[in-house]
Every structure is written in structure tokens, then in C-alpha cells.
Design a protein around this ligand. Structure first.
Ligand code: NAD
Length: 294
């Protein structure tokens, strides 16, 4: 059993912390939202009065927060109070620069740290089937791996500080671009009088096959796991896809990488989300594309 502190008990963090409890760890959590704290308490997470109180006895601290500024602020607050030798793991999706700054803060106190964002969404968090993409020293990864594997199915060491965030935004840029490609193909097919089933039967067994088509097909009744079957209820909300695409563009700009399709995808998801659909599943972008078709 390990003493674990868990900061950020929202849609993802709540069920992740609950899975650590189920695995037999002692978990003390904190969230600014009383409702999230109540839910986590019901799942066996001990609730502390503050972030600093939550981390006091922890050997491992996990944060699952909205964005880089929240992570840097929480890590700045807790680092002076964590035990000597504690390992800090940030599972939030944040920009690569903030991730590296967070590692720097931990390093100033001689603490091990890992950026370990996830893929798999709320269903993956509940079912402990997330994929973790980790960045940081090998020794930190080796120590974190048995804990992360209680919340996920795959734990990949991607490289040094920030490499987990880099892998996450590159992966989600592929997903955002490929979803738009799949949606455009179905809209074009409709215009050409092609049935959804016929296009799916061909593309799913041909060179057009991709994860977006096979798992999140944007038209209903072809794929059981598709949000299109459920009125585009997420799933993976358009707002989160937009967040990840913006992070990819920020990183592309900072590193000088040319990502024209990534830029276009960020713009299209921005228009889609900004037209009142930020809470829809990202595959709902097909309706936005259809709406722009004459
Ligand atoms: P969420 O908004 O449900 O949860 C974030 C929680 O952090 C909230 O409960 C909020 O009250 C809490 N919080 C904010 N500042 C805090 C502070 N200073 N101290 C304590 N608690 C604080 O968001 P989520 O869906 O759980 O996402 C968390 C992270 O995971 C984000 O970075 C997101 O991009 C990433 N992510 C989400 C999904 C998804 O499908 N929801 C999938 C993959 C990755």
C-alpha cells in the first residue's frame, strides 16, 4: 500500500483516484469543488482541507487539473510541504513548456517528477483502461509505473521531461485531422448519392481506414462506440479536442514545425465549438461541415 495524494477530483481525476483506492492504496484528495470532493469521499478517498494538507504524508502525488497554470500554481504551493523523496506525477493535459517548468520546480527540491497525460477519456478513467504517456527520468517512470497501471491499461515511457505531453498533443492532432477527413468523406459521399453503409464497408477495409472511422465514426449506426448513435453526446467533447489542437499549434509555433493541417483543424474545431457545440462530441463536426455544404 502506498500513501497517495490526488489533487483534482473532476471528471477524470475522481474515477482515477477511486481506482487507486480499489487497488488497495491509501488516497487523500483535494478539489476546489465540494461536489467533486463529496463524490470522491463516497469512493473511499480521504478528503483534506487543502492541497498542502493532502500531500503531507504522501509518497506519491498525482495532479489532474484543467491546464498548465493550475498545475504550476498547485505544484508551487505543495512542493515545500511534500515529504522528502516524494514523486510528483501530473496527469493533466498541459502545454509542453508548463510541463517542463513543473519538472523544474520539483527538481529544485530534488524531487522526482513525471508528466503523464492520458488518452481514453472518462470511460477509460472509470474502467482503468487509460493509456499513459510519460515524460521524465527512467527512475521516476519505473517508480510510477505500478501506480499508473492501476488506472490504465498501457503506460508508455516517451522520453525526458515534457515528452509525455508532446506525445499526447501529436496523437490528438492526428485524431483531430483524421476525424475531419472522415467527416468530409461522408459529406462528399452523401452529395454523390453513396450510402453511409457502402462508404463504411469500403473505407473500413481499405486504405481510408483509421481509428476515427473505426471507433468514432461520425454517422450513426455503423460503429457501436460512436457518439453519433447518441445525438453526439460526448465521448470526447469538442472543447477538449480544441484545447489539444491549440496546444499542438502553440508547440508547433514554439518549435518551428510546419503543421498546416493541424492549424486548419484547430480553426475548424474553433468554429464548431464556438457555434454552441463545445459540449458536443468532437465527431459532431460532421454537422458543421454538412452545414457549410451547399
Ligand atoms: P474537470 O474540469 O472535470 O476536472 C478538473 C478539476 O480540477 C475540477 O474538479 C476543478 O475543481 C479542479 N481544480 C482546479 N483547480 C484546482 C486547484 N487549484 N486545486 C484543486 N482542484 C482544482 O476536467 P477533467 O475532464 O477531469 O480533465 C482534467 C484534465 O484531463 C485536463 O487537463 C483535460 O484536458 C485532461 N483530459 C480530459 C479528458 C476527458 O475526456 N475529460 C481526456 C483526456 C485528458
Amino acid at each position: 500500500m502506498t500513501n497517495i495524494a490526488f489533487i483534482g477530483l473532476g471528471n477524470m481525476g475522481g474515477p482515477m483516484a477511486a481506482n487507486l483506492v480499489k487497488a488497495g492504496h491509501s488516497v487523500t484528495g483535494f478539489d476546489l469543488s465540494p461536489a467533486s470532493c463529496d463524490q470522491a469521499r463516497g469512493d473511499g478517498v480521504g478528503i483534506a482541507a487543502s492541497t498542502v494538507e493532502a500531500v503531507r504524508d504522501a509518497e506519491i502525488v498525482v495532479t489532474m487539473l484543467p491546464a498548465g497554470r493550475h498545475v504550476l500554481s498547485v505544484w508551487t504551493d505543495i512542493i515545500p510541504s511534500v515529504k522528502e523523496g516524494a514523486l510528483l506525477i501530473d496527469c493533466s493535459t498541459v502545454d509542453v513548456e508548463s510541463a517542463r517548468k513543473a519538472h523544474g520546480l520539483a527538481g529544485e527540491r530534488g524531487l522526482q517528477s513525471l508528466d503523464a497525460p492520458v488518452s481514453g477519456g472518462v470511460a477509460g478513467a472509470k474502467g482503468a483502461t487509460l493509456t499513459f504517456m510519460a515524460g521524465g527520468a527512467k527512475a521516476a517512470f519505473d517508480r510510477a509505473e505500478p501506480i499508473l497501471s492501476k488506472m490504465g491499461r498501457r503506460v508508455v515511457h516517451c522520453g525526458e521531461a515534457g515528452a509525455g505531453q508532446a506525445a499526447k498533443i501529436c496523437n490528438n492532432m492526428i485524431l483531430g485531422i483524421s476525424m475531419i477527413g472522415v467527416a468530409e468523406a461522408f459529406v462528399l459521399g452523401e452529395k454523390l448519392g453513396l450510402s453511409h453503409q457502402a462508404l463504411f464497408d469500403v473505407a473500413s477495409t481499405s486504405s481510408g481506414q483509421c481509428w476515427a472511422l473505426m471507433n468514432h465514426c461520425p454517422v450513426p449506426e455503423l460503429v457501436p462506440t460512436s457518439a453519433a448513435n447518441n445525438g453526439y453526446k460526448p465521448g470526447f467533447a469538442a472543447a477538449l479536442m480544441l484545447k489539444d489542437l491549440k496546444l499542438a499549434q502553440q508547440a508547433a509555433l514554439a518549435s518551428g514545425a510546419s503543421t498546416p493541417l493541424g492549424a486548419e483543424a484547430a480553426q475548424l474545431f474553433g468554429l464548431f465549438a464556438g457555434s454552441g457545440h463545445e459540449g458536443d462530441d468532437y465527431s459532431g463536426i460532421i454537422n458543421f461541415i454538412r452545414g457549410r455544404t451547399e
